[in-house]
Design a protein around this ligand. Structure first.
Ligand code: OFO
Length: 169
């Protein structure tokens, strides 16, 4: 059985994950409108991943006999200065999510909720990957600078990403 504190914190995290999904969907639209279909597709995969993260938390609450309480999702911004700005904002957002996940782990330890602590380790590892892949794109964008030709090549590469739901959930 989940403690009320843990139940509330995970319900809040469902909202944070759904906001992440919304933010990346907004970024996907931005890239589609700018004529960068590969970046748009990458962000759409990111949106699908975030929806998956939210559902995984949703299932954890139900499996532990808790109650789901969905909340309104904040409106995301829909315009950025340029491609680099989108990814620096993405990195900031993922660092914020990492902090939230770490706080959840701290709470699980405080509440002696070993099941939630074990469950949360999946997200701890996922956040390492999330930050790493965004950092990688920022590095590539830095190398490209203002060369439009190289940006179009990177756009092609970004379009190769596909959503594969992790099997061990
Ligand atoms: Fe759910 O990891 Fe990004 O936000």
């Amino acid at each position: 059985m989940l403690s009320k504190k843990m139940e509330k914190a995970i319900n809040d995290q469902i909202n944070a994950e759904l906001f992440s999904a919304y933010l990346y969907l907004s970024m996907s639209a931005y890239f589609a409108q700018k004529g960068l279909p590969g970046f748009a597709s990458w962000m759409h995969v990111q949106y699908q991943e975030e929806t998956f993260h939210a559902e995984k938390f949703f299932n954890h609450i139900l499996e532990r006999g808790g109650s789901i309480e969905l909340q309104p999702i904040e409106k995301p911004v829909n315009t950025w200065k340029d491609t680099m700005h989108v990814f620096t904002e993405t990195l900031k957002h993922e660092e914020y999510v990492t902090k939230r996940i770490n706080d959840l782990v701290d709470l699980a330890i405080k509440e002696k909720d070993h099941a939630s602590n074990s469950f949360l380790q999946w997200y701890v590892n996922e956040q390492v990957e999330e930050e790493d892949s965004v950092n990688d794109i920022i590095n590539k964008l830095n190398l490209i600078g203002n060369q439009a030709g190289n940006l179009f090549m990177l756009d092609k590469e970004m379009g190769n990403r596909v959503f594969t739901p992790p099997t061990a959930v």
